[in-house]
Design a protein around this ligand. Structure first.
Ligand SMILES: [Zn+2]
Length: 230
């Protein structure tokens, strides 16, 4: 017997559909108890083979890297453009595959690792191009971005409370960061400091302060919780 509304199979004697709660009606069959048409216990879906997937993903990153490298070597006789491709693939691998080799990847460890790898990649690009922008631009920007991101992730992970303060502080830090970015650009390229960074600074500062005000003001937080299910 099947539910008239949703079509799920019903055990004999069922008065209501277990899925959609529609009343079961069948004039010919008197109510009686019978065998259950579906199991009480639903076994969890079979766990997918983590290491197999990771090996496949590793090859998906490795094969294009090797092919690019070999083609570059054959055409240019040296490593030229393939360095960027291999570096980019390595970065993608570090970001999206490497952490999952571990059972419980800790972002507090993997974010700095990715930051260091990204910085090295920028150093490579800078050296390969003969540009002098690594020490005064790329290094401080990637370093500070990594520090801010790691701090936020670590605080959110290890502090049970006060996330609004963390996010508020992070926005204020991003505001200060935008001014530093303009400063680094001016130092590196000798351009004039025109305070374009004041716009992102003020925007980030206002968002950060708003979050902190919400965190401090309990009634406001409660009403926002109710309204937006935060
Ligand atoms: Zn139903």
């Amino acid at each position: 017997m099947y539910c008239v509304k949703c079509g799920v199979e019903l055990k004999d004697g069922e008065k209501f559909c277990p899925l959609c709660k529609t009343m079961v009606f069948h004039p010919d069959i008197p109510p009686q108890s019978g065998e259950k048409a579906y199991p009480e216990y639903v076994p969890p879906a079979r766990r997918f083979n983590r290491f197999g997937t990771l090996f496949v993903l590793t090859f998906m990153f490795l094969i294009p890297a090797v092919i690019t490298f070999l083609i570059d070597l054959k055409i240019s006789g040296a490593v030229r453009w393939s360095g960027y491709v291999v570096g980019g693939l390595a970065l993608g691998y570090i970001a999206f595959v490497l952490p999952f080799w571990f059972r419980n990847p800790n972002p507090v460890i993997f974010i700095p690792c990715f930051g260091a790898a990204a910085t090295l990649f920028l150093l490579y690009i800078c050296l390969a191009n003969g540009g002098g922008w690594f020490l005064s631009l790329a290094f401080p920007i990637s370093g500070i971005a990594t520090l801010i991101l790691t701090a936020v992730v670590a605080l959110v992970k290890y502090l049970k409370k006060g996330r609004l303060y963390v996010f508020g502080g992070a926005f204020i830090a991003l505001g200060g960061f935008s001014i530093l970015i303009e400063m680094f650009i001016c130092i590196t390229f000798g351009t004039r400091f025109v305070f374009w960074s004041i716009y992102p600074f003020v925007s980030f500062l206002m968002i950060g302060l708003l979050l902190i005000v919400i965190a401090i003001c309990k009634p406001l937080r409660k009403s926002l919780d109710k309204r937006f299910f935060l």
